[in-house]
Design a protein around this ligand. Structure first.
Ligand code: ZN
Length: 244
């Protein structure tokens, strides 16, 4: 499976606490464990001033599953790229929106709604409860939840339409809950929203989170590609007698 990891890489992502959490970079870290699991990965970093041109047609057209982590530069991504991503998802590409990608243009375009939420950053504990512990994305994970020692709180109400399946609920030490892993089918493509992964905590370094994301990639990979999105005018399969 060809996986592309899109990750913001502005200055704050390359220094201080983010650098401590991800010495080789967040995008590179995500790609490394997906690669280790047997996938072919491409990292696309969005640097200052990029409007998305790094994610070329060639890369997008060979991507089976796209991971997207963005936060501060959502508005910089060109509408032209967003349209291309949406069309590819409709045709079958899987897409996984990580953490603050809830406000990214492709997520909002695919899912709809304001996609807003409550937030607080006090390094509290999150307990991520598996709503369907026997779902394939939780394969190989013991028990019915996993704990993240420090995470940014994301709380309900989350301004999304009802997902096709809610796969996990996050509980935060401060009292809030959140629809943390939500699945949406968008024509031929599968879309996952995945809440954990604030940049100053090493969430994607946790082997359990890595296993979960590897399973999610497997779950959203295309079953069947649609070749063209169109509205053909077709002939009936058998003769139809006209009554008058
Ligand atoms: Zn965050």
């Amino acid at each position: 499976m060809n996986i592309t990891v899109w990750c913001e890489n502005y200055k704050q992502m390359r220094e201080g606490r983010v650098k401590e959490a991800y010495p080789i970079g967040m995008g590179e870290t995500i790609a490394a464990f997906l690669e280790k699991a047997g996938n072919k990965t491409t990292v696309v970093l969005q640097n200052e001033g990029d409007d998305g041109q790094q994610l070329t047609d060639e890369i997008l057209e060979s991507t089976d599953v796209l991971f997207w982590w963005g936060h501060c530069y959502h508005g910089k991504v060109s509408d032209e790229l967003v349209k291309k991503i949406v069309r590819r998802v409709w045709k079958g590409m899987g897409i996984v929106f990580l953490h603050s990608a809830h406000l990214s243009k492709p997520f909002r375009a695919l899912v709809g709604g304001p996609c807003t939420l409550k937030w607080r950053e006090v390094a509290e504990k999150e307990r991520l409860w598996f709503v369907e512990p026997n779902h394939q994305i939780f394969e190989g994970l013991e028990g019915e939840y996993l704990e993240i020692p420090h995470e940014e709180m994301y709380g309900e109400p989350f301004g999304i339409p009802q997902p096709d399946r809610l796969l996990a609920i996050g509980w935060f030490q401060g009292g809030e809950v959140f629809r943390s892993i939500a699945f949406f089918k968008r024509y031929y493509g599968k879309v996952i929203y995945f809440q954990p992964g604030h940049e100053t905590y090493p969430v994607y370094q946790d082997p359990k989170i890595q296993k979960l994301l590897t399973n999610i990639a497997e779950f959203v990979k295309p079953d069947k590609w649609l070749t063209e999105i169109d509205c053909p005018n077709v002939q009936p399969l058998e003769p139809i007698e006209k009554s008058n």
